[in-house]
Design a protein. Structure first.
Length: 235
């Protein structure tokens, strides 16, 4: 059989296969809707959110409603596990001046906790949190801890990990995972960020930023990836 005939036969077979493929795709009933995944970029962006600074080891006073930050909502020894106080005034780049932190200095707090005060996961957490169904979660594993957001101020963008709950609210899911404004009435803030985030973005006092959840695969290289926090709930 000549090469031309063989080549024509191959071409005919390819055309038949292509026709069968197009026919099967034209039938919507054959689509596997369970395989359709919403891209992380489709997480909504929260714009013009009042933002304040907090830090690991912060003492309780009137500016923070007398809530100290030596522990977090998920870590009873947060200050110890970080390596000390994340001094906002004495800095060595994005680190505190006196030590290199053991956890990511780019961290933040949002006013929702999937774990209640008794250490049990809230009944609505798996349905409220965007990624609640992405896997089977362990009993001592928070859906929220260590997740990433990008924070936007002007032309600057920083990335940070979720390491505490607040400011001043712990169950504001309609804001954190919805479209409502923060319900915090103390000073209207909806996001707390660390000194490292402050320094990268140039945040001053009570400032405004926009923020959006992102998947880790979409977090670009930067100082926020030099030390990544991976620990889970530790009381």
């Amino acid at each position: 059989m000549s090469r031309i005939i063989i080549r024509n036969l191959i071409l005919i077979i390819e055309l038949i296969c292509l026709s069968l493929l197009l026919f099967s795709c034209s039938d919507d009933s054959n689509l596997n809707t369970e395989s359709i995944i919403i891209a992380p970029s489709n997480y909504p962006t929260h714009t013009n959110i009042n933002t304040t600074i907090f830090w690991i080891g912060e003492l309780a006073d009137s500016s923070n409603a007398f809530i100290a930050n030596d522990v977090s909502a998920w870590d009873g020894k947060w200050k110890e596990h970080y390596g000390g106080t994340d001094d906002p005034n004495n800095r060595n780049g994005y680190y505190p001046q006196s030590f290199t932190p053991k956890q990511n200095p780019f961290y933040f707090a949002l006013p929702y906790n999937d774990i209640n005060t008794t250490g049990i996961r809230k009944q609505n957490a798996l349905s409220v949190v965007y990624w609640g169904s992405e896997k089977t979660w362990g009993q001592n594993e928070s859906l929220c801890k260590n997740r990433w957001i990008k924070i936007i101020k002007g032309n600057l963008i920083a990335y940070a990990q979720w390491e505490d709950v607040g400011p001043f609210e712990t169950d504001d899911n309609n804001y954190v995972f919805g479209s409502e404004l923060p319900r915090n009435t103390f000073n209207g803030t909806g996001l707390d960020v660390s000194p490292a985030v402050r320094d990268f973005l140039g945040i001053t006092g009570l400032d405004k930023v926009s923020w959006q959840f992102v998947a880790f695969v979409d977090v670009p290289e930067g100082p926020w990836k030099n030390i990544i926090t991976s620990s889970q709930i530790e009381y």
